[in-house]
Design a protein around this ligand. Structure first.
Ligand code: SF4
Ligand code: SF4
Ligand code: SF4
Length: 267
C-alpha cells in the first residue's frame, strides 16, 4: 500500500512535469494548443469514479487535485494526461486495465474536497455508504463476440460480478443448431449494474465482449410520454401530467368559398 502510494505520487509528479512541458509547448505552437483545448472538453465515453456528478457539473466542480486517485487502494483511478483524449487532470478509469473493486467504504468519494464526487450519491436511505448505489456506467454485452452466444460454455463475467445473480444473470435457452446443448447467455440488469467493470476485466475474449459504457451512452430513451401501465411508480407520473391542447377553429365558410379564398391568397 505504501509502495503503491509512492508509485502514484511519483507518477503524479511525472504527470505535473509533463503537463508543464505540454503547456509550455502549447504557448509555442497553436496546433498543440488546439489539441489541449479539445481535451479539456467533456468526453461522452469517459468513466468517472463512484459518486461523480453528471459530467457537465463534474467538470465544473473537479479541481483536479487527485485526492480520489491517491485514496484508491487498487490504482483504479487515473488523472487524464495530455494525449489521453480526455479532459486533462480529471479522474477516470479503464475497466479492462483496472476495474473498480467496489470497496465497502468507497474511500475515493468522501476525500473529494469539492463534492465533484458526492457522498449522497453513494449512500442509502440511512446515510450509509452502499456499494449498490454506485453508478459509474452499465455493462453491455456484444452478442456477436460473446462466445456464450455462440454456444460455448463461459460464465467468466457472471462469476466476476460482485453483485452476482443480481447485476448479471445467466439465461438458459435451447441450442436449436445442435438440438442437444444449451446456450448459457449472460444478461446484464441495467437497474442493478454499477459499472464497476469486473466483468469486462474477466472476459476471456481477445477484446472484451462485455464492456462498460456511461449509462447515457449504453441505454436508449423511450421518451417521457410513454408510461408503463403495469408499473405503479411509473404510472404515478400521470398524476402530475399536464395536457396541452391545440384547437383549430372550425371554418364556417362553405367548401366553395374556402377554396376561392385560398386561391385568392395565392395571387
Ligand atoms: S470504490 Fe475502491 S476500487 Fe473503486 S475507485 Fe473507489 S477506491 Fe478505487
Ligand atoms: S478528489 Fe474530487 S476534486 Fe479532486 S480530482 Fe478527485 S474528483 Fe476532482
Ligand atoms: S459492471 Fe459487470 S461486474 Fe460490475 S456490476 Fe455490472 S455486470 Fe456486475
Amino acid at each position: 500500500m505504501v509502495n503503491g502510494t509512492k508509485k502514484i505520487l511519483s507518477s503524479r509528479r511525472k504527470f505535473i512535469l509533463s503537463m508543464a512541458r505540454t503547456t509550455g509547448l502549447a504557448v509555442l505552437g497553436g496546433l498543440t494548443w488546439s489539441a489541449y483545448v479539445s481535451e479539456v472538453k467533456s468526453s461522452p465515453l469517459i468513466l468517472r469514479p463512484p459518486g461523480a456528478l453528471a459530467e457537465k457539473d463534474f467538470l465544473s466542480a473537479c479541481i483536479k487535485c487527485g485526492l480520489c486517485v491517491e485514496a484508491c487502494p487498487y490504482n483504479t483511478l487515473k488523472l487524464a494526461k495530455p494525449g489521453d483524449d480526455k479532459p486533462i487532470g480529471t479522474p477516470y478509469f479503464i475497466p479492462r486495465d483496472i476495474p473498480c473493486y467496489m470497496c465497502a467504504d468507497i474511500p475515493c468519494v468522501p476525500i473529494c474536497p469539492t463534492k465533484a464526487l458526492d457522498e449522497k450519491l453513494v449512500q442509502d436511505e440511512k446515510n450509509k455508504m452502499n456499494i449498490k448505489k454506485i453508478d459509474m456506467g452499465v455493462a453491455t454485452v456484444d452478442e456477436n463476440s460473446c462466445i456464450a452466444f455462440w454456444g460455448i460454455q463461459c460464465d467468466a463475467c457472471y462469476r466476476a460480478c460482485p453483485l452476482l445473480g443480481e447485476a448479471i444473470t445467466v439465461e438458459y435457452t435451447k441450442n436449436e443448431r445442435t438440438g442437444k446443448h444449451a446456450f448459457l447467455k449472460p444478461i446484464v440488469h441495467a437497474d442493478v449494474c454499477t459499472g464497476c467493470g469486473l466483468c469486462e476485466k474477466a472476459c476471456v475474449t481477445e477484446k472484451a465482449a462485455i464492456f462498460v459504457l456511461p449509462r447515457k451512452v449504453a441505454l436508449g430513451k423511450a421518451g417521457d410520454h410513454y408510461i408503463k401501465g403495469w408499473d405503479k411508480k411509473d404510472e404515478n407520473r400521470l398524476k402530475d401530467a399536464k395536457s396541452n391542447k391545440n384547437r383549430t377553429g372550425i371554418n364556417k365558410k362553405s367548401a366553395l368559398d374556402s377554396l376561392n379564398s385560398s386561391m385568392e391568397d395565392l395571387y
